[in-house]
Design a protein around this ligand. Structure first.
Ligand SMILES: Cc1ncc(COP(=O)(O)O)c(C=O)c1O
Length: 414
């Protein structure tokens, strides 16, 4: 009889076997915090989870059943790396409705969440030392994905109107003067994660002018523009304003349908999409065929639109509770963003006296978790900031969480 032994009883030093590049694979700080809070009675303002009450469970069950019954031979089979045509067509129409036109479904590749799109972009476009501009702060998991390909990251600060494009222009010029060409600008223009700010239309145009003048590709990461909570806000995607094919657009169904389906996509020039396809082939052959058929049907039947309408109501209320709780309890002099969409806002404390990473264990002890801001800053700054999620906790938890946090911060500052 054979036994397979796993676990603690080993003489093998596994660390010696790890390839050097694993040193660049950082565990996501968010996922580490989620591990600490799991199963404990803690108000978590840390993750980025959608509220499950928004998931269209029974409709998705119905769609899935029908697909397996009627198209099971195809839906349960291997499928093309680029994605099934039904879904690429559905996304082409969906984007068109939101003002984003790409030539044909050949300009779209389906990815396993937009997280995979970020990795593919790193793989295909970033050589060691290539200069990549990111917002300060930016999406932590994009930083982690890009870092594996050893770029030289350059941060550009943001304010309430998104990336400061005057600073961008200055930095791009200065680098050009030193003989360093910026290759990519990675940006989250609408309802930024983690900052919760939105790039103004003037700055969008300015950013594209700079990209054009210096021949830079723009990576537009857009999970949030499809469900903003305010009327009369300009959420025109950069891709819509792009007359040169300079913008590589990524989005996802994670926040407008369900993240468990793991459906994301990249829309860009066909030549680039073909290179992305080659990279994806060795990653996972293709994204789940079944999930792609379900997603295509969900878009076609208006299920995504209905989910978005529901999500808007739920998240608008929760955002409002977080904003009013901050108004009520937070210490004077603190700044926080006023997101028009998305799932997060960013809080900056009035003094550098409090390092939010050092504060976290005490906050968890007091019953509330958040994500310390520094991990989102490519230059390691932002130690007095934190990201707060409002989509997952209940309204009463949001208020209690902000009250506890505010009391703790007030004590630290006094
Ligand atoms: C800016 C941004 N990009 C990418 C992702 C990854 O999303 P997914 O892999 O679920 O599509 C997220 C998720 O929160 C995000 O906020």
């Amino acid at each position: 009889m054979f036994f397979i032994v796993t676990g603690a009883y080993t003489l093998i030093n596994y660390q010696e076997f790890l390839a050097q590049r694993t040193e660049l694979m950082r565990a996501s700080e968010i996922r580490e915090i989620l591990k600490i809070t799991e199963g404990k009675k803690i108000i978590s303002l840390a993750g980025g989870l959608p509220d499950p009450q928004v998931f269209p469970k029974s409709e998705l069950a119905e769609v899935t059943r029908e697909i397996i019954k009627e198209k099971g031979d195809r839906a349960l089979q291997y499928s093309p790396t680029k994605g099934v045509a039904d879904l690429r067509d559905a996304l082409l129409n969906y984007m068109k409705k939101h003002g984003i036109s790409v030539g044909s479904n050949d300009d779209i590749i389906i990815t396993t969440g937009s997280q995979q799109a970020l990795d593919i972009i790193g793989r295909v476009l970033i050589n060691p030392q290539d200069v990549v501009v990111v917002e300060l702060p930016t999406y932590l998991a994009a930083l982690n994905a890009f870092r594996l390909y050893r770029p030289s990251l350059v941060g550009v600060p943001i304010d309430d109107d998104g990336m400061k494009t005057d600073v961008l222009e200055e930095k791009v010029r200065k680098l050009a003067g030193e003989g360093k060409k910026v290759k990519l600008i990675y940006t989250i223009p609408v309802a930024h994660n983690p900052a919760g700010v939105t790039l103004s239309i003037e700055r969008k145009k300015h950013l594209l002018e700079i990209a054009s003048e210096h021949d830079i590709l723009v990576i537009e990461d857009d999970p949030y523009s499809h469900f903003v909570y305010e009327e009369n806000v300009d959420v025109t995607p950069l891709k819509t304003l792009d007359s040169e094919g300079r913008v590589v657009y990524l989005s996802t169904l994670s926040k407008i349908l369900a993240p468990g389906l793991r459906i994301g996509w990249i829309a860009g020039n066909k030549e680039l999409v073909e290179a992305f396809e080659r990279a994806k082939q060795s990653l996972d052959l293709h994204t789940s065929t079944l999930c792609q058929y379900v997603a295509a049907e969900a878009i076609k039947r208006g299920l995504v639109d209905r989910t978005v309408e529901k999500a808007k109501v739920v998240y608008r209320e929760k955002r409002n509770v977080m904003l009013s709780s901050l108004d009520k309890y937070m210490v004077k002099g603190a700044w926080w963003s006023k997101p028009i969409g998305g799932l997060f806002l960013m809080l900056r404390l009035p003094s550098d006296k409090v390092d939010t990473k050092e504060l976290l264990p005490e906050a968890v002890q007091s019953g509330v978790a958040y994500v310390p801001g520094a991990a989102f800053y490519a230059d390691g700054s932002g130690r007095n900031t934190m990201r707060l999620n409002f989509s997952f906790p209940k309204p009463e938890e949001i208020e209690a969480g902000i009250r506890i946090l505010s009391e703790l911060i007030r004590k630290k500052l006094s």
